[in-house]
Design a protein around this ligand. Structure first.
Ligand code: MGD
Ligand code: MGD
Ligand code: SF4
Ligand code: MO
Length: 755
């Protein structure tokens, strides 16, 4: 790390920062120092960035956002990390897009809204007339507001009648969704942040929470400080800032977690740490796609998965796996597992999720304070808008499925469209959607609130697809140029964060309202308004008759009613008064649900249910323990491409950097993506700190500055994803998990040479 970055991190708001440099004391927190800008009013809102979902107040002066301060009455207790704290800087950045752009003579030039929207509508109409509804598609985002995503979903699935609507949660949370649905029958975690405060043992698997969820990480650190003896195990190939607070850091070859997770279960069974009664009452067992196995079958399956075998496959020490299992399984202790992209972004991502759930089901350490599998959500509204709202190509709102006739009929009735309107076949998931643009099947693509020209795996291929002759690409963006807007035919200026109103749903099923603080900049319009305008121009105005985001919410309260997501008691007024509400919340007076499936907490479990828990998500009212053997990544190193390539985040930057590059403090701290490598690898390659190295896979290559760092794992290089000049996704693999269709960003094979 450069001195510059260290200096920055020392003054940063997150406990993460101190943990990263090996100190555990909590820093004097940046919740307090509000810039001396003297705001006239403070408007309640939520941070624009990560799935922690910190509550904050936006300080407004003369119609401009001048400051933010953390909301003391929300779960973040007034704390914000540096990115959240610096949000005001992004609002009036020089690269804010203030008017529409249209491509003329291969150049993007300013246009009026009327010109831009009539061009978009005519292109969409022509494509649909010629090629049918599936000739168009929509690619959305876990950062769009719930109301916006819902409008897009309704317009495309019920108006245009295509299921070709997907979004970046496919790159992010799809394997978590697949894990929850296959194990519990319904998506979304059962646990909550409060579990951190009760956990005795915390497993962080493939999660660098110190950088990616700083305020949650701070809560983890607080728990460790408050309850001596709390054990933290980090399973990550790299020695991340998160790993620096671990009591046990298990490093291993990327892509081999399945062997380790099965070996942990092996030890739990062998050493009598299972809860037979719980298993008997609540667990089913399955293999492949069917829950047709038994407890005995599962134990027989685990026989082979010894820690020694896991060591052979993964390089993790068998003794460490045993220690981890013994901590996790100790009777009477609360155990919490949290995971993120290290598990999800894999071709066996759903299986890896299942194996996390298995550990909790066989020990009964689930649905108790401090005991839960809790997948950490990446984006601020992946849960609320896209997952719960059903805006993926195979989903319909609130747990309903495109392939289910009854679900389609329910939605058709709710949407007031004729029976048979919704297509019964799932549309194209992200990678297939972009391939359909490549081969001309999808002629028009509408991209909203995401930057796939930088964030897609094997991005060189899809950048070409977006510029293909005959493809028409619309991008709704708050900034320009981005690596996607530069490829567009039309760029629409979107209102940003505090310039509009809507709901975000974060990791713990918590829905929160972002109130509008200021007017949109320039000619920018909220995505909600743009979508309603498009619907009217395409002849589907009746489907989106909404005047305000609040009107959309009123409709959502009816759409969720009676589902496992029921939040119909969460009126706009309640959201306004509250500092976040957790669903299920089915009636006006209900306080919300901390722990789902748990009697006395979850209103969907009958009060007289004889057991403490009811897994009502599946017809047999059980959760499934899955028999999932280890399988290797889609691409593993060989003689020609000898190193593992993995990519991810740094605390200062958000994804493709369009927003955080606009904060000078963040930009200066860590502007350029580097390739981190182990000293031994650097020696073999003949490179040192600051040299340039070319990283090449079978798909593409990019050059990065070298950072030699002993926290790296030998045989693996790690590259940051925020740099728009050095695209970390040129080499990544676009192979997908067969169940979740999520790409394997985290593992592929590369060769590195001095550039
Ligand atoms: N600062 C910041 N915070 C963010 C974001 C951001 O862009 N910047 N983005 C948000 C979003 S959308 C997301 S999805 C989250 C992501 O949050 P995280 O998943 O925590 O972040 P990543 O850096 O993508 O990856 C996490 C870790 O996975 C490890 N890893 C790689 N391969 C494997 C493997 O095979 N097994 C295991 N167990 N681990 C492996 C990497 O070494 C890395 O440390 O962050 C959210 N928060
Ligand atoms: N190599 C590699 N690639 C990855 C990952 C990885 O770990 N490694 N992680 C993947 C994951 S988990 C994720 S979530 C994706 C994220 O990838 P992206 O979604 O492509 O990344 P962002 O930079 O968040 O893009 C959001 C865009 O929306 C714009 N924007 C902001 N607010 C608004 C708004 O209100 N309306 C509109 N219309 N636009 C707005 C921002 O300027 C920004 O350009 O990246 C994926 N790609
Ligand atoms: S932890 Fe996440 S939600 Fe909270 S302030 Fe930081 S970026 Fe925003
Ligand atoms: Mo993500």
């Amino acid at each position: 790390m450069t001195m510059n970055r260290r200096e920055l991190m020392e003054t940063a708001a997150a406990a993460a920062a101190l943990a990263a440099i090996g100190k555990l004391e909590l820093p004097a927190h940046a919740a307090a120092p509000v810039p001396a800008a003297g705001a006239d009013k403070w408007v309640k809102s939520v941070c624009r960035y990560c799935g922690t979902g910190c509550g904050l107040f936006v300080g407004v002066k003369d119609g401009k956002v001048v400051a933010v301060k953390g909301d003391k009455d929300n779960h973040n207790k007034g704390f914000l990390c540096l990115k959240g704290f610096l949000l005001p800087e992004i609002m009036s950045a020089p690269d804010r897009l203030l008017h529409p752009l249209i491509r003329k003579n291969d150049k993007l030039v300013p246009a009026t809204w009327e010109e831009a929207m009539s061009l978009v509508a005519s292109k969409f109409k022509a494509a649909i007339e010629k090629g049918g509804p599936d000739a168009v598609g929509f690619y959305g985002s876990g950062q769009a507001l719930t109301e916006e995503t819902y409008c897009a979903n309704k317009l495309f699935k019920a108006g245009i009648r295509t299921n070709n609507i997907d979004g970046n949660p496919r790159l992010c949370m799809a394997s978590a969704v697949g894990g929850y649905v296959t194990t519990f029958g319904k998506d979304e975690p059962m646990g909550c942040y409060d579990d951190i405060d009760h956990a005795d043992v915390m497993l962080l698997v493939g999660s660098n929470a110190a950088e990616a969820h700083p305020i949650l990480f701070q809560r983890i650190v607080r728990r460790k400080e408050a309850a001596k003896g709390t054990k933290i195990v980090v399973l990550d190939p790299r020695k991340t800032p998160t790993a620096r607070i671990a009591d046990l850091h298990i490093s291993f070859t990327a892509g081999t977690d399945l062997a380790i997770l099965n070996a942990i279960a092996h030890v739990l069974v062998k050493e009598g740490m299972v809860d037979e009664e719980f298993v008997k009452a609540h667990a089913a067992f399955g293999e492949g796609a069917d829950a047709n196995k038994t407890w005995e079958d599962y134990k027989a399956f685990l026989e082979a998965w010894t820690p020694e075998k896991a060591e052979e496959i993964s390089g993790a020490k068998a003794a460490d796996i045993r220690t981890c299992a013994r901590w996790f399984g100790e009777k009477g202790k609360a155990s919490l597992t949290m995971w993120t992209m290290g598990l999800n972004q894999r071709t066996k991502g759903v299986w890896a999720n299942n194996l996390c759930h298995n550990l909790h089901l066989i020990t009964g350490k689930i649905g108790l304070p401090g005991s839960s599998p809790l997948s950490l959500t990446g984006q601020p509204n992946a849960c609320g808008g896209v997952r719960d709202g059903g805006a993926l190509s195979h989903l319909l709102p609130y747990g309903r499925l495109v392939v289910n006739e009854k679900h389609r009929a329910e939605m058709e009735k709710l949407w007031g469209v004729p029976e048979g309107t919704i297509q019964p076949k799932p549309g194209l998931a992200t990678v297939d959607l972009f391939r359909a643009v490549e081969d001309g099947k999808v002629k028009c693509l509408y991209i909203m609130c995401t930057n796939p020209g930088q964030s897609m795996p094997n991005v060189g291929r899809y950048r070409k697809a977006l510029r293909r002759e005959g493809a028409f690409v619309v991008v709704s963006e708050a900034f320009h140029p981005t690596r996607t807007s530069e490829l567009a035919d039309v760029v629409l200026p979107a209102a940003l964060w505090a310039e509009k109103e809507g709901v975000y749903g974060c990791t713990e099923r918590r829905y929160q309202l972002l109130e509008q603080s200021v007017k949109p900049s320039g000619e920018a319009r909220p995505d909600f308004e743009i979508l309603c305008d498009l619907a009217a121009r395409l002849g589907h105005g009746k489907l989106l008759p909404f005047k305000t985001a609040s009107d959309v919410w009123a409709e959502l309260l009816t759409v969720c009613k009676g589902t496992a997501y029921d939040f119909s008691g969460m009126t706009r007024d309640r959201l306004k008064e509250s500092h976040g509400l957790l669903w299920p919340l089915p009636t006006a007076g209900h306080p919300g649900t901390k722990r789902r499936y748990v009697k006395g907490d979850d209103p969907l479990v009958p009060a007289d249910h004889p057991q403490r828990i009811l897994f009502y998500g599946r017809p047999d009212r059980k959760a499934v323990v899955w028999l999932r053997p280890h399988q290797p990544a889609a691409e593993v190193p060989d003689a020609e491409y000898p190193l593992i390539y993995t990519t991810g985040r740094v605390i200062e930057h958000w994804h493709t950097g369009t927003m955080t590059r606009n904060c000078k403090e963040l930009r200066h701290a860590n502007a350029e993506a580097v390739v981190e490598m182990h000293p031994d690898d650097a020696k073999v390659l003949g490179v040192k700190n600051g040299d340039l190295a070319k990283v090449a896979s079978r798909r593409g290559a990019e050059t990065f500055k070298v950072r030699v760092i002993d926290g790296s794992r030998k045989g693996m290089v790690f590259v940051h994803m925020h740099d728009d000049k050095r695209l970390c996704n040129l080499p990544t693999n676009d192979a997908v998990d067969p169940i979740s269709k999520q790409p394997e960003f985290k593992v592929c094979a590369v060769k590195v040479t001095k550039a």
